[in-house]
Unconditional design. Sequence first.
Length: 237
Amino acid sequence: MGKPYTTGQRAQAWAVHLFTASGIITVFMAMVEGTQHNYTNAMWWLLAAQVIDGVDGTLARRFKVTEVLPEMSGKSIDFVIDFAGYAIIPAFLIYQAGIIASPYDLWAAFLILVTSAVYYGKSGMISEDYYFIGFPVMWNMVAFYLLFVFEWESTINLLFIIILAVLQFVPVKFAYPSRTKRWRAGNLTATVVFIVSMVGLLWYQPREMPVFWWGSVSSLLYFGIFAILATFWFDRR
C-alpha cells in the first residue's frame, strides 16, 4: 500500500487542483470582455490565466499532488484550460477585433483552432532537452502583438497567422523559457522584459508608450533569433 496522507495534505492537494481549475474562470472572463470589445480587459484576463498556468506546476510539485491524489490528473485539467486560453479565446479575439477582413477573419480563426487541436495531439511536442518543437500553441501572445503592438493591415495579419500555423508542424526549436537550459539567463531575462512590456502597454492603453513597445518587440526578436540558432546552429557546430 502507498504512504497514507493526512487530511491536511489532501486538502492542500485539492486546493492546488482548484487553483489550476480557476484558470478556466479567467479564460471565460476574457471571452466576456471580448464580446463587449474590451480587448484590453480581455488580455488582462488571459495574462492572469497564463500566470496561473505558470505557477500551478510549482505548487503541484511542492505539495506532491500526484502522490497525494493519484486519482486526479492535473495535466488533464491543464490541457482543457490551456486549449481554451491559448487557442479558442485568442482565435475569438482576433476574429472579433476585425483586424482581418471578412470572410478571412473567420477562416483565420478556424485555422488557429484546427492546427492547435492537431498540435496538441502529436507526440514529441516538447523535446527531451526542453524545446518546443514547432511553434507552440501560444495564440494569446499572437493576439497581444496583433492587437496592441503591431498596426498591420488585414493581409499582413492573415499572412502572419498562416505562417505561424504552418510553423506548428515544422521542426523548428522554440525556447521553453523556464526549462530550456541553453541561454537560460537570456531566456528568462527576455521573458521578464516581455511580461513587463506587456503589462506596461496594457496599463497605459490607449496611450503610446515607446519604451514598452520596444521592450515587447526586442523580446520577440530575441526568441525568434534563438529559435533560428537552436534549430540550425547550436547542435551542428
